[in-house]
Ligand binder design. Sequence first.
Ligand code: SGN
Ligand code: CA
Length: 566
Amino acid sequence: METIKKLIPGCAVLAGSAVLAGCSGTAEEATSNVAQGDEQRPNIIYIMSDDHAVRALSAYGSDLAELAPTPNIDRIAQNGALFTNSFVTNSLCGPSRAAMFTGKFGHKNGFNFNGQEFDGSQDIWVNALHDAGYTTAAIGKWHINLTPKGFKLDHWEILNDQGEYYNPDWITADGVHTEYGYTTDLITDKTLSWLDEQRDESKPFALIMHHKAPHRNWMPAPRHTRTFENVEFPVPQTYFDDWEGRQAAAEQEMTIYLHSQEGHDLKMTTGVGESEWRQDIWPHLFARLTDEQRKEWDDAYQARNDYMNANEANWSDEEMALWKYQRYMQDYLATIISVDESVGEVLDYLDANGLTENTIVVYTSDQGFFTGEHGFFDKRFMYEESFRTPLVMQYPAKIEAGTVVDAMVQNIDYAPTFMEYAGVELYDDVDGQSMVEVLAGNSDQARDALYYHFYEFPGFHMVHRHYGVRDDRYKLMHFYHPGDEWEFYDLSKDPLEVNNAIDNPEYAGEIARLRTRLQELEAQYAVPPMDEWRDMVLQEYKGAKYKLDEMFPDSYEDGKVIRVVE
Ligand code: SGN
Ligand code: CA
């Protein structure tokens, strides 16, 4: 991929090629130039991917770290801080983004399940920074509205709804267009070109860079479709969980070997020599591929699929379930390689332009993800794999390299953190708390317990509505719709969360304590009474209330996007 880099202000050169005639200077000179007029206030690059499991980020040292490393994301941890206890408020895309932008729980920012429309007239940290003189941009997945209505963005290019892995549609102030290429790479290119050519260099900047990957249906870049084809990934101990004592876990629809779509998700074909997918209820995604891209795909998967098709009849259910696990992991982790490369390019750009020292770079995900634990893919549950989310942050001017933050932080903490670092006064009623103190090594004020609430039922994957509390050792959850079930875990003794100890008399004291703590958190965060949630009927999601083709009539003809960028 060809990337424009600028080694010194005003001198654009192609990466790896000679500096253009007439341009001379060093990165040090560039530093002083960039900092001009705004010596103190940091730039912010908030990179968020979609559905990146903590297990799949090598800085956390999991059993995947050596098989599928993420060296560039790890660089951020080495340059700055690794958060070992980073959590979300509601493990779902839209609600996480709304919490991140506002610093408030969904019951306050009004966004509790996907398909709702974010109210952009409320307080948002990006807008507060813009008001304070920052230049702002958003590039990539958005998913809380069709356009960033209400956001003060000097520049925005966003994907349509969930976004597509290949040849995606882009929404901009000028309308909608389709662009050829692999979405993760396109997001990188757009980011670098904004940093390099479009931003107002006289101001500090806040840049939102949101990847679609590694979200379902896990389509790697052409250069990575075969990277893991011969790699066998470790199978989680709980892959064949029987979900005993956990009714909601037993009733979900997100088990890899039961609910993933054999074509759409696992790219399984109908027979030896065939290239037709088995089951794909969303064929529009593969339909976007050009003939050439599709051929490359088919070639990449053919041998493996032929092997599976030829042998399947002799396999037990368990063998097939394990084959599916490997295919799922191979593709999921391959999409992460591109995200990691993307982060590397952004860090290289900052280094080459003397911007590293005074720029906060965050890498996180909108939530965690299951990589086969309990048999699951997807997220939603308050179990550790989806409740936790990766978080690394560098800011060399203020955060010491190699910092490890064990304090519990949550995605509502970004707004107060960025505002404090930027020297902007925090707006009212924020639920989150600034991470600046814990980043400086002082955890006196760190929270002792987290509140969580998942609302999207009925919905994809049918995870029951639940809320709960977690402290540094115990977790209490209440699944209330449908059903009325409590779960309790001692994470120090049962980190895999397979023994629901809610009826274990040994824990009666801890359970009572956590029930009280939960009520206190509900009072602290002004959570509406449970009956209101129980009776809440989810709007049936029929797409956003307003349609892109109605908003941008000039972009469409016969329902098709007119402008295509090769
Ligand atoms: C899509 C996915 C689901 C996923 C939701 C929410 N199906 O509907 O598996 O749970 O998004 O994801 S897909 O095959 O159409 O991708 S979220 O990250 O946007 O909340
Ligand atoms: Ca997500």
